[in-house]
Design a protein around this ligand. Structure first.
Ligand code: ZN
Length: 138
């Protein structure tokens, strides 16, 4: 794989309402987008630092993977995943699979901000949940 940059870092939070003002102060920038991703049962909030974003994720349902992450983390949020920007996400997934990396998503699906996204299994990526993203609209 050859990612072009870190697209975003995903951070699980228990409440966007409480976390957004904190991150606005910490990063010195305003949240520029709040979006619900129904498919993933999360509400997301984005901040931009250079070409990298911070993505806050709040679960919208107890069945959300973010809800189970928070539960395993003693009811607290925390760093959840790292996302790399790639070109030709389908090819990158095939390459990852050929290299023996377990895929969570065999094919890309729609994520926040109109990106095509796919996750790699943390068991294959040194314990770090890894997301690949491609902006097919650019
Ligand atoms: Zn993400």
């Amino acid at each position: 794989m050859n990612p072009t940059h870190i697209e975003h870092i995903g951070i699980a939070v228990t409440s966007l309402e409480e976390s957004i003002p904190f991150f606005e102060q910490l990063l010195g920038t305003k949240c520029y987008n709040i979006e619900e991703v129904v498919d993933q049962k999360v509400k997301t909030a984005f901040f931009k630092i250079g070409q990298t974003k911070i993505e806050l994720l709040e679960p919208t349902s107890p069945e959300s993977t973010i809800a189970s992450f928070i539960e395993k983390n003693n009811g607290k949020g925390g760093m959840h995943h790292i996302a790399f920007a790639v070109e030709n996400i389908e090819g990158q997934l095939a390459e990852a699979e050929a290299a023996g990396i377990r895929l969570i998503d065999k094919a890309p699906r729609g994520g926040a901000e109109g990106l095509s996204i796919a996750f790699l299994h943390p068991k294959s990526t040194c314990g770090v949940l890894t997301e690949l993203c491609e902006d097919k609209n650019k």
